[in-house]
Design a protein around this ligand. Structure first.
Ligand code: SF4
Length: 391
């Protein structure tokens, strides 16, 4: 492959320039309480900060000068924890600060206990056309163990109520909770696919340092699920989703045809994205930037006329190319290595040659025509495959 005389380490940008962000993420850090496994950038029980936050967020967004975007994702935290007036202010702000493309995708994360008819009507009225519900389980015992604030019944009602207003509804489920059996996980999956959802995300429970689950595990109060059972649970998700007609398109994500999450595709395809709010991470003009994680620090900095950015790292073209390969391989359709190499101006077959050979020899990667993709065994070791590609 001829990638020109310039070596990848000399390039200041990929041949076509850095991708112009077409996606915007807005982080709303408020929750009713902190779930024991959560290490996101959130504050619990600080409703007194919401109005200050909205003012600060507006200032941060104003500086972007109303870019055009294809997708908006309002995540958190629990954006729907805001009261109707605050939610309305947030929706108006998004409309004012971004120029939405004609076929935009606008997602908001919501918890089942918050999706009242009033809030649903309000967000739909402003243009939200995709809702991601943090269901996690339909099993009351498991929900209690995960310290969630809703019941299984409330989750089912929330899905029905949401679908009446928004066709594109995604739900998140967690598996491998302490004490969870394969049978009870299968029941969660069966309930999920019997509901009118268009997208399903499944995540295994992880014990992150700094969470109460991590210290309870450390002190022997919580016993993690055996790896072999986790593998069976993951396989159950794959087979149940496939039988229900959901396409397994990314390691943790399944969708009905045409309902793949366009916003998340922008991350996996390295297309660049804006991100605002406490702890938000963006990729713009070849720079990765991370905002201060603490909500109060974020507020103080913006109120004092300072930047909310805590870290800024320019990335090299070579690093960008490796990341495109590493994140892209999470997509089940795999990656076209030649095309990626041309787009990035980096010969990935040689830069990642050793990593690819090793994963192929272990049966984790295989060629499917022009595309390199994870094997069914490789899907279970996707993090290993990806981290080798990152070098
Ligand atoms: S609701 Fe979600 S964001 Fe909020 S604490 Fe629980 S897991 Fe974290």
């Amino acid at each position: 492959m001829n990638l020109g005389n310039e070596s990848s380490s000399d390039l200041a940008a990929p041949p076509g320039g850095w991708p112009a962000p077409q996606a915007a993420y807005v982080h709303v850090p408020f929750c009713r309480h902190r779930c024991g496994y959560c290490n996101f950038s959130i504050v619990a029980g600080r409703e007194d900060l919401v109005d200050r936050f909205l003012t600060a967020l507006d200032r941060e967004l104003e500086a972007l000068q109303r870019p055009g975007v294809q997708t908006v994702f309002i995540g958190g935290g629990t954006p729907t924890h805001l009261n109707p007036d605050q939610l309305c202010r947030l929706m108006r702000m998004i409309r004012q600060r971004f120029a939405l493309a004609s076929e935009f995708e606008w997602t908001i994360e919501a918890n089942p206990e918050d999706v009242t008819s009033e809030k649903l009507d309000l967000i739909v009225e402003h243009g939200v056309n995709r809702i991601s519900l943090g269901v996690q389980s339909f099993d009351d015992r498991k929900l209690m163990m995960l310290e969630r604030g809703h019941s299984g019944h409330a989750a089912r009602l929330a899905i029905d109520r949401t679908v009446e207003r928004v066709a594109n509804v995604s739900i998140d489920l967690i598996f491998a909770a302490p004490g969870e059996s394969l049978e009870s996980w299968r029941r969660d999956l069966d309930t999920a696919v019997s509901m009118p959802i268009s997208h399903l995300s499944t995540y295994n429970l992880t014990y992150e340092k700094g969470t109460s689950f991590w210290s309870r595990r450390y002190h022997g109060e919580l016993e993690p699920t055996l790896d072999s059972l986790e593998v069976e649970m993951y396989a159950a998700a794959q087979s149940t989703a496939a039988a229900a007609g959901l396409d397994h398109y990314e390691i943790s994500n399944f969708a009905r045809p045409g309902n793949h999450c366009r916003h998340n595709l922008a991350y996996w395809q390295g297309q660049g994205w804006f991100a605002s709010g406490p702890g938000a991470a963006r990729f713009v003009d070849g720079r990765r930037e991370l905002n201060h994680r603490s909500t109060t620090t974020y507020l103080r900095r913006i109120e004092n006329g300072q930047s909310p950015t805590a870290e800024c790292e320019p990335i090299s073209v070579l690093q960008y190319a490796r990341e495109r390969a590493a994140f892209g391989i999470r997509m089940l359709e795999g990656i076209d290595l030649n095309r990626l190499s041309t787009q990035c101006g980096v010969d990935l077959s040689s830069q990642c040659g050793e990593a690819i050979s090793q994963s192929m020899s272990e049966g984790l990667l295989a060629w499917a025509g022009e595309r390199l993709r994870l094997t069914s065994r490789g899907i279970l070791f996707a993090d290993t495959v990806a981290s080798r590609m990152l070098g």
